[in-house]
Design a binder for this molecule. Sequence first.
Ligand SMILES: Cc1ncc(COP(=O)(O)O)c(C=O)c1O
Ligand SMILES: N[C@@H](CCOP(=O)(O)O)C(=O)O
Length: 480
Amino acid sequence: MKYISTRGHAANEQFCDILLGGLAPDGGLYLPEVYPQVSATELAAWRHLSYPELAFAILSKYCTDILPEELNPLVSSTYASQAFINARAGQWIEDITPLTYLGQEKGVPLSLLSLSNGPTLAFKDMAMQLLGNLFEFILKQRGQTLNILGATSGDTGSAAEYAMRGKHGVKVFMLSPKGKMSAFQTAQMFSLMDDNIFNIAVEGVFDDCQDIVKAVSNDHAFKAAHNIGTVNSINWARVVAQVVYYFKGFFAATKNNDEKVSFAVPSGNFGNVCAGHIARQMGLPIDKLVVATNENNVLDEFFKTGVYRVRTAKDTHHTSSPSMDISKASNFERFIFDLMGRDASKTAALFKQVETQGFFDISGTPEFALIEEKYGFVSGSSTHKQRVQAIREVHREYKQIIDPHTADGVYVAFKYLEKGVPMVVLETAQAAKFEETILEALNVPAPRPDAYVGIEKHPQRSVTMAANVDLIKAFVHERV
Ligand SMILES: Cc1ncc(COP(=O)(O)O)c(C=O)c1O
Ligand SMILES: N[C@@H](CCOP(=O)(O)O)C(=O)O
């Protein structure tokens, strides 16, 4: 399998190279040159696979430069490991992503696909645990080291740091927006004292952090001299690992492969729902992909109007679903590339316009007309009040405590219920990570795994820096 850039000016690469490289050298994002198709026979055979077996079946279509006998143990040691043991009840969750059936909403089966059973209690662990093992394997094979520069709005950071702790030859430099993550998320990252982990609190918003990561990656000389890699969903490996649970969720929500399922996906950087788009392109019978945003509704606005208008830091809201406080969704470019018929020059022109004018407008074009019909995308957004209401409702009706991001998904999912199509909401984090909002909604804290009781009181270590590319580069340079 070869990988191409959405901007069309980078050499085609193999999986292991783009895993280490992250952003393409022309500033684009990598995608496979074709999406492998899953035949009806294959889909029938996959229905009964365990999570590690399914992950291997899917990943072996993409990681073609890793021998199957090497990939299989990496995948099974990731998804059959102790990493997924602690999350809820202190037991290993064999399904890894269990589906919880909530009930019938307006005659439609409604379920939660629980993705937060990994070590940091958010869906990012699903891909990040695999990335940690893949990095270690490839770096050892090549005798190289890697310095990861990442951006987080709360969950990618801790998932990456927990996955890379103690990994030989890997250092992590993680940028987060100062004071904008929940107390739990902050403590989870900043209480790590490992020598290979550096937490940098940036005076700005998540988009400033992501811009810095992209600017450093686009400085090819610096990137090469400092072995810079990335763990954000800029990195294709993150997205492809997330494709697996759409298949698992589909099988769990249906009895046979003639049925269809809709997925509601709490969205910010568009990585999670982009994985759903890839699964659909591979032939998974997905009806709708429901993009749910919070008050930072850039994506909702696009899917409703065809105008993609990014916001400045000043216009980015600090909300109670803070991990989705994103106004420049980096993976969106992958979808636009597909929507534009994989025309890299059109894609590059649109994102050039975003850089220079802050928006593009494809309303009235034949491509925009295809979005729902051909690609199944619909969208909605929620406010703080609506999220709190959704948390209360799910607790009252179904006895489940959901986190505010999942609540965004539930709220928007209700608008797209369709007879005969089960609706699966992706549960993207455990409620314990957002105690303040849970207390506001339910007056009781969400249960926490033992390992996290009192984490906010642990000593913390981080440095604060201005949102300045040169300062961050100097910081990295001094430590690698
Ligand atoms: C808990 C949670 N929900 C939803 C999202 C949004 O996912 P994505 O950025 O892949 O759209 C994030 C962050 O990415 C998150 O941490
Ligand atoms: N919501 C994320 C932001 C980064 O997204 P990513 O999927 O591109 O890593 C976070 O919690 O950090």
